[in-house]
Design a binder for this molecule. Structure first.
Ligand code: C5P
Length: 222
């Protein structure tokens, strides 16, 4: 039983800054970090390589069950191969959001996600960390920003990496992904009723980190 191990669940839409905030919070507390979106991206990547359709729910789940996924020093390994960059493309982001609608896949990834709950604690980021995977999390945060702010961030990120970027396409793609994440029947993107809402349009990363840390401190002091 790992229920006594604290979890901070940070959910929210793409490009809300939750990954960066979650990683810093985990570092500051000495907690493990789960990037659950990376798992869906790995599944999109692996199924794409095997020519499995992103609409074939059962084949995707079967494929996922057989995958050997590891996170090592900020690298994502599939069968011991570093695929960290391969899963960060726009295509794999889109693929991840398509495979993520399938309930059999979501069920196949539950135990793996639970296995990240190790002492002294876990910071988990995703869409359903506080609602489905860790409903007993000590602190739940929903981090968001307007679609325009998020598209602008993604655009700058891609330019920074020297990758081709088109703002209007990014905006459309984010809108499409948000709609798919919110409307799916299995673990849709919703704000957990006991989550704190953080809007980051006018909030820097370090301010967001401090808010999360002080809320966590308050919870454990109670
Ligand atoms: O966060 P990231 O952009 O890497 O996630 C990729 C996709 O994976 C999301 O658009 C979402 O559809 C899906 N996802 C999910 N549940 C999670 C994390 C990610 O459905 N817990």
């Amino acid at each position: 039983m790992t229920n006594h191990i604290p979890v901070i669940a940070i959910d929210g839409p793409s490009a809300s800054g939750k990954g960066t905030v979650a990683q810093i919070v985990a570092d500051k507390l000495g907690f493990s970090y789960l990037d659950s979106g990376a798992l869906y991206r790995v599944v999109a990547f692996a199924t794409h390589q095997k020519n499995i359709s992103w609409h074939d729910a059962n084949a995707i789940a079967e494929c996922a069950k057989a995958l050997h996924i590891q996170f090592k020093q900020e690298k994502v390994l599939l069968d011991n191969q570093d695929i960290s960059n391969d899963i960060r493309t726009e295509l794999m982001g889109k693929g991840a959001s398509q495979v993520a609608v399938h309930a059999p896949l979501r069920a196949a990834l539950v135990d793996l996600q639970h296995s990240f709950r190790v002492s002294p604690g876990l910071v988990a980021d995703g869409r359903d960390m506080g609602t489905v995977i860790f409903p007993d999390a000590q602190l739940k945060v929903f981090l968001t920003a307007s679609t325009e702010t998020r598209a602008q961030r993604r655009y700058q990120q891609l330019l920074g990496k020297g990758q081709p970027a088109d703002y209007s396409n990014i905006l459309l793609d984010l809108q499409e992904r948000d709609a798919r994440d919110k409307s799916r029947t299995s673990a849709p993107l919703v704000i957990a009723k006991d989550a704190i809402l953080l809007e980051t349009d006018n909030l820097g990363i370090s301010a967001a980190v401090n808010i999360v840390l002080s809320n966590y401190q308050e919870k454990i002091d109670k």
